[in-house]
Ligand binder design. Structure first.
Ligand code: PMP
Length: 441
């Protein structure tokens, strides 16, 4: 018999609902890396609010920060007026961004969701450059609002919106495992950069000189695809030379997730614009854009929005950023990510269905493949989305929440809270091994 909450959800909520289809749980309580559903079943949460909950659920420092705001009678929402909570939040944010960036940076508060910040970033570079087109990448995910959808590097979600697809040129992202040219490594990096260089410097190309180039240093929804550091450095150089603002979308990768505070730091570059959301609000809705001062060509009121002043989110965000920094949770993410990746690679020996294991820090993915299926240019087997779905369901049955991603929905993704312990990583691996044995037998 189905849970009545789930039945009512199915009857009343939009058909666009996504997670409940694969994770049909009604949750009632959560702490740390665990969530409990209304039937009292406990799960390890390796989805963690789609990467939002860096400190896990209901971390004491977040709860305390929220209590303080409520106890002090602070306004909960202040448009874009300042408050001591906001003042401290901006300082905490600037303290963890590279100093050569924040020396002359500005922050724009955008609203509750990541897509809000992507929209603002688009408008920012269009205003500053006076140009109108963008460069983005195959496999990219930047949000579901119409401007952000322009930048989506897969057609599926855009198909119902016939007519909004102009003005963005898509470039190949360095995805070695499924590189259509059978390249990869250094050859893939060089070819990809040559391609971008050609597009940036061809006055007769498909679009006019662009207002900006946007990318994720590790594609998340696109299937956990990390870009090589040399490629990221090359993109930085080429965009600088062509006078095209470089926007890095750190919505999913930011705040320690990939083992560094921000994923662009692996390559040692400084972007012109950084787009931030998810973990920045400590589990509460908040998004911002931080950008080089010279891009600040906006007239007063040029970008607005009512909910840009959520004091609870800023207080929870401050507490989160401070704890990540104080406890070196990015370094812990690096260590525990290696442990999780090593365990997954161990399992690859038993199950040829576990293809590429990749990612950075605690942002990991495994390609689920059909070993008997057709091979791609690289000799890698075909994606197996149905098998990935079955594996996800089996994990859930054994108490582990994971998500799927990738162009075919065949990449199993791990995004646990950064506070996950070694013992909890081992528990995740044990459940995954059990689920793999049942699914692939
Ligand atoms: N950019 C990236 C890299 C993301 O991962 C996401 C969300 N998964 C977004 C943008 C959109 O954020 P939101 O869903 O909060 O609008």
């Amino acid at each position: 018999a189905k849970n009545p909450l789930l039945e009512r959800q199915e009857a009343r909520e939009s058909s666009a609902r996504s997670y409940p289809r694969r994770i049909p749980l009604a949750l009632k309580r959560a702490h740390g890396v665990y969530v409990e559903d209304v039937e009292g079943r406990v799960f390890i949460d390796c989805l963690a609010g789609a990467g939002t909950l860096a400190l896990g659920h209901n971390h004491p420092v977040v709860i305390e920060a929220l209590r303080e705001v409520l106890a002090d009678g602070l306004p909960l929402h202040t448009l874009d007026l300042t408050t001591p909570v906001k003042d401290r939040f901006v300082q905490d944010l600037f303290d963890i961004l590279p100093a050569d960036f924040t020396r002359d940076a500005r922050v724009q508060f955008c609203g509750p969701t990541g897509a809000d910040a992507v929209e603002a970033a688009l408008k920012l570079v269009k205003t500053a450059t006076g140009r109108g087109t963008m460069l983005a990448f195959h496999g990219a995910y930047h949000g579901m609002t119409q401007g952000a959808l322009h930048l989506m590097g897969s057609l599926g979600p855009k198909r119902p919106l016939n007519g909004i697809l102009q003005g963005v040129q898509f470039l190949p992202y360095p995805y070695d495992y499924r590189c259509p040219f059978g390249l990869g490594g250094e050859a893939g990096v060089q070819t990809g950069l040559r391609y971008i260089e050609t597009v940036l410097n061809d006055p007769e190309g498909g679009i006019p000189h662009p207002a900006g180039l946007i990318f994720e240093a590790v594609q998340g929804e696109g299937g956990v695809v990390p870009a090589a550091d040399a490629w990221v450095r090359g993109v930085r150089e080429l965009t600088a030379r062509a006078d095209v603002p470089l926007i890095v979308d750190e919505i999913q990768t930011g705040f320690g997730r990939t083992g560094r505070m921000f994923a662009f730091e692996h390559a040692g570059i400084t972007p012109d614009v950084v787009v931030l959301s998810k973990a920045i609000g400590g589990g509460l809705p908040l998004s911002v854009v931080v950008y080089r001062g010279e891009l600040d060509q906006w007239k007063p009121g040029a970008h607005a929005g009512t909910f840009r002043g959520n004091q609870l989110a800023m207080a929870a965000g401050s507490a989160t950023l401070r704890l990540i920094r104080a406890e070196g949770l990015h370094e812990q993410a690096q260590r525990n990510g290696e442990r999780l990746a090593a365990g997954l690679r161990q399992l690859q020996r038993d199950y040829p269905q576990l293809g590429d294991v990749r990612g950075r820090g605690l942002m990991l993915g495994v390609e689920i493949v059909d070993p008997r299926g057709e091979r791609n240019a690289h000799g890698h087997p075909a994606a197996a989305p149905a098998l990935a779905g079955a594996l996800q369901a089996e994990c859930l049955r054994h108490g582990l929440i994971i998500e799927l991603g990738g162009r075919h929905g065949s990449v199993v993704r791990f995004l646990p809270p950064l506070v996950i312990s070694e013992a909890q990583i081992d528990h995740v691996l044990a459940i995954f091994a059990t689920a793999a044995a049942k699914t692939f037998r």
